[in-house]
Design a protein around this ligand. Structure first.
Ligand SMILES: *[C@@H]1O[C@H](CO)[C@@H](O)[C@H](O)[C@H]1NC(C)=O
Ligand SMILES: *[C@@H]1O[C@H](CO)[C@@H](O)[C@H](O)[C@H]1NC(C)=O
Length: 865
């Protein structure tokens, strides 16, 4: 009896525990059910199927075909129109992230021209990473390396964590690399052949053919065209790799180069990162392609779109013909050990998730000397063939070793050339000049993509041209960015290939695309998108006004579509933005047609010198507030301020040289006339210079006009200068209009006490300046922020933006003004005969002639330029 009772008591006490245990078991059972292999396989199979399908579409598109897609076959996959932005998203999700896609529109353009073969698509030669979103990282050993542990914790994707841990485990087990590698160079010491410019070139040289590989990214299409224009000769070959992320550039390049049989665009694309091991993979892949594409080139030269020749091509040909059995690459000029440490060659790196992860130290291979320097090489065909097809052990070992190496292209070729039996062909000269400015280029600006601090060269300015005078033979220089300085490119171009006749248009102008509709609204920030949308309205409203197109008259123009936005610079000054749009007539009429227009929007002056007799007045040349600060070129890449509520504006001021330097105090006043930040900084010591000061403003910033005031160190009784900046309310959230988050963003920070992001104590500055808060503006802000879309939001945006940007002109994109009259709806109250000017004739328009950077027919001498 006693026993039963105590059992019962125990049972009562443990009932809860038994109950919980039961639940846990049940949940486990369900989990097992859920992850049963059948289900997982099914998902994998589906993912793979979509990937294969999309690959087929991309293939077909690349071959210029319009893919026929039967929906039945795809059951349930309804996003297969390559023009549909969703297609891209879906494709990228399922592709292995190394295969690119093209849109069908791109290739159609050349379809009439039958004798031009569209680029053919080869299967990606890299190992396929099977996409699997259920994949869970599972290390095969206990990772003890500190760097590797940190990398695993920071890596985003499960696959990447797995890759890192796999490599780390091999490192820990000493099985990642061979201990030594065989050296087959007959010399015991570093061997370098001499290759000076001969006093005169021999007359019976057999001229060599060059195969250029152009590795390009970004949006500077005109600069690319200009480079190809000066570089082009019908006897040479050009193979172009466009970065996977540069879709716009790819589309333009494919369109414009199809006319030249010796220019090919790589049909595969990779997204390479600074210093990444993918760079070497990309280059080896490209080398493989050009060896099989063209059998009669003799030299391989690697260029980027930021390079420019500094000698006439004929001289380069003579030079390389003289030394046709040599390979040109430049070694570092210091102690080996120092170089190795600085380059991180004694560390293991792994690239994944678009990042180079540092995993730990490694021993250098015994038996060889690891060497390196600049990654700019010129190699002869035999050497290239050997690099790609060679089977020797040294080569295989090095290819493996450099997969785990930072900046591999700066060392792989050198190390192989110097240690292999080809060592006598090595010339210690890369034939180029690089514009290093280590004080500005070594700011560790890549630390978000590489676990390392590296350097990057600066853009050339005319004052850097003295650097081109060297004792070694040089034929190219880098970097050039026409958007930063075009004068220096003009100088080289004119010097090498002759001046253009007086009156040639466009010589001082530069245009660069900053938005293309085909890239989709999420390819740029929401504040940029808002600005560009507003530019089109501001432009059209000016045109309607100019041509007396009233809204009472149905013949008013409205924006239908924004196609393209370009930056326009002239004589090194930013002049404005150009928006290319489709406009339609307000009155519905089947006989009316859309009109293509380009509008020219330029910034107003926002800087005011108030006391030019003050210390600040003597030194301050100008100031601007904006985003996208470039530490290397000391410039804001948003060109005069494109700022939305979620941006981080910076103040950039230019100072003249002077004998005195002093402390400047700036005060930032928001649109409601409330002090939001202040800061002190020193002017440049004596020389002329630029200062950059981040503003510590809490987001979302209040939309409207902000003012930065300049004082000499805390002397608040006298404002010396002011610069305005405008924060635009947003019309889009992640590219979508009408999002409910808009009112939160556009409302700005509510509490005046919260305006400062650095929690600076603003009390004394506010008291000293005693500004009165604009309560009416505060009420207006609250009510304006409630509109999520439509005319009310648009006019709020246009009102703020219109204080900063003004429409300068609008032109008609057409070959004749007649199209203007024909496009009008029949029932207009009156006919509007006077058409806008044709863009072709307006020197600001990107449709006006730009001979210096246009491609065209090949001249009888084989060149374009
Ligand atoms: C080839 O050119 C690209 C251009 O950006 C460069 O990054 C790469 O390192 C170069 N490699 C070699 C081996 O020249
Ligand atoms: C562009 O054209 C305008 C007038 O049409 C002229 O005043 C201006 O000087 C021209 N600018 C350039 C750079 O040619």
């Amino acid at each position: 009896m006693g026993l039963t009772r105590s059992l019962k008591r125990i049972y009562r006490k443990w009932k809860i525990i038994v109950f919980i245990l039961g639940i846990v078991l049940l949940v486990q059972f369900l989990l097992i059910l859920n992850s049963s292999p059948g289900l997982e396989e099914e998902q994998l199979r589906r993912a793979k199927e979509i990937q294969v399908k999309h690959q087929q579409v991309a293939n077909a598109v690349l071959q210029g075909k319009r893919p026929h897609l039967e929906n039945a076959y795809l059951n349930g996959i309804d996003i297969l129109n390559p023009k549909d932005p969703k297609f891209r998203e879906e494709f990228l999700k399922h592709s292995d992230n190394r295969v690119g896609i093209l849109e069908d529109g791109d290739l159609k353009i050349n379809n009439e021209n039958k004798d031009i073969a569209p680029p053919s698509f080869e299967d990606d030669q890299f190992e396929e990473a099977i996409f699997d979103e259920n994949f869970k990282f599972n290390p095969v050993c206990e990772v003890t390396l500190k760097d590797a542990q940190s990398a695993i914790s920071r890596a985003k994707s499960q696959q990447c964590k797995q890759t890192i841990s796999d490599v780390a485990c091999k490192m820990q087990g000493n099985s990642l690399f061979p201990e030594s590698m065989p050296r087959t160079c007959p010399h015991d010491f570093k061997f370098a052949a001499e290759a000076p410019i001969p006093a005169h070139f021999s007359d019976n040289l057999k001229p060599i053919r060059i195969c250029y590989i152009l590795v390009v990214h970004g949006r500077a299409f005109r600069q690319f065209r200009r480079l190809l224009r000066v570089l082009y000769h019908r006897d040479h070959y050009y193979y172009i790799h466009v970065d996977k992320r540069s879709d716009y550039l790819l589309r333009e390049i494919v369109k414009e180069t199809a006319q030249y049989p010796n220019v090919k665009v790589a049909p595969w694309r990779m997204a390479t990162i600074w210093g990444g091991s993918s760079l070497l993979q990309m280059l080896l892949h490209a080398l493989t392609d050009v060896l099989s594409l063209w059998t009669d080139w003799d030299f391989f030269i690697n260029l980027s779109a930021l390079d420019f020749p500094i000698e006439h091509n004929d001289k380069l040909i003579k030079f390389l013909s003289t030394y046709h059995d040599k390979n040109f690459m430049k070694s570092h000029g210091r102690e080996d050990e120092k170089f190795i440490r600085k380059q991180g060659l004694n560390r293991v790196f792994v690239e994944c998730d678009q990042h180079m992860w540092r995993l730990g130290e490694r021993e250098l291979p015994k038996g060889i000397t690891v060497n390196g320097g600049s990654d700019w090489v010129a190699m002869n065909r035999r050497f290239c063939e050997h690099i790609i097809r060679g089977k020797d052990k040294l080569l295989a070992d090095l290819k493996h070793w450099y997969r785990y190496t930072l900046l591999p292209a700066e060392s792989f070729f050198h190390t192989y050339a110097q240690n292999s039996d080809k060592c006598e062909s090595f010339v210690d000269n890369n034939l180029r000049v690089t514009n290093w400015n280590r004080a500005r280029g070594c700011k560790c600006q890549y630390k978000h993509i590489v676990d390392w601090c590296g350097c990057s060269p600066n853009d050339f300015f005319p004052s850097d041209l003295v650097r081109l005078q060297t004792t070694r033979p040089v034929f190219f220089a880098r970097k050039f960015e026409e958007i930063i300085n075009q004068e220096v490119v003009n100088h080289l171009d004119f010097k090498l290939y002759g001046e253009y006749p007086p009156g040639t248009p466009g010589l001082q102008s530069y245009w660069e695309s900053c938005y293309d509709n085909a890239d989709g609204p999420t390819s740029i920030s929401d504040s940029r998108l808002t600005h560009y949308a507003s530019f089109t309205r501001i432009g059209l409203s000016m045109l309607n006004h100019q041509l007396a197109l009233h809204s009472s008259d149905g013949c008013q123009l409205v924006v239908k579509k924004l196609n393209q936005v370009e930056i326009y610079k002239r004589s090194e000054e930013f002049v404005g933005y150009l928006a290319t749009i489709d406009a339609s007539w307000k009155k519905p009429d089947p006989n009316s047609a859309d009109i293509k227009l380009q509008v020219f929007i330029s910034p107003r002056t926002t800087f005011r010198m108030i006391d030019s007799n003050s210390q600040i007045g003597h030194r301050l040349e100008g100031a601007v507030v904006g985003t996208e600060w470039d530490v290397k070129e000391l410039t804001l890449r948003d060109w005069r301020g494109v700022i939305g509520p979620n941006d981080e504006p910076r103040l950039v001021a230019r100072w003249r040289k002077s004998d005195e330097d002093f402390v400047v105090t700036i005060v930032v006043v928001d649109p409601l006339n409330v002090v939001a930040d202040y800061n002190d900084f020193r002017t440049p010591s004596k020389a002329a210079g630029v200062t950059e000061t981040p503003l510590s403003l809490r987001k979302p910033l209040r939309p409207g006009r902000w003012v930065v005031r300049f004082y000499v160190q805390r002397q608040f009784q006298q404002v010396c200068a002011e610069v305005d900046f405008y924060v635009t309310p947003l019309e889009f959230v992640e590219g979508r209009a009408g999002d409910t988050k808009l009112s939160e963003y556009n409302r700005g920070v509510e509490d005046d006490g919260q305006l400062n992001a650095a929690n600076r104590n603003l009390y004394s500055v506010r008291t000293t300046l005693s500004l009165t808060k604009d309560l009416q503006a505060a009420r207006d802000l609250v009510s304006s922020s409630l509109s999520l879309m439509g005319t009310k939001l648009h006019s709020w945006v246009d009102g703020i933006l219109g204080s900063m940007w003004q429409a300068k002109d609008v032109c008609l994109i057409s070959t004749s003004p007649e199209s203007w009259q024909k496009s009008q709806p029949g029932g207009c109250d009156q006919r509007h005969d006077s058409a806008p000017n044709l863009c072709h004739n307006m020197n600001w328009s990107s449709f006006s002639p730009d001979p210096k950077s246009e491609l065209g027919k090949v001249k009888p001498n084989g060149r374009i330029r």
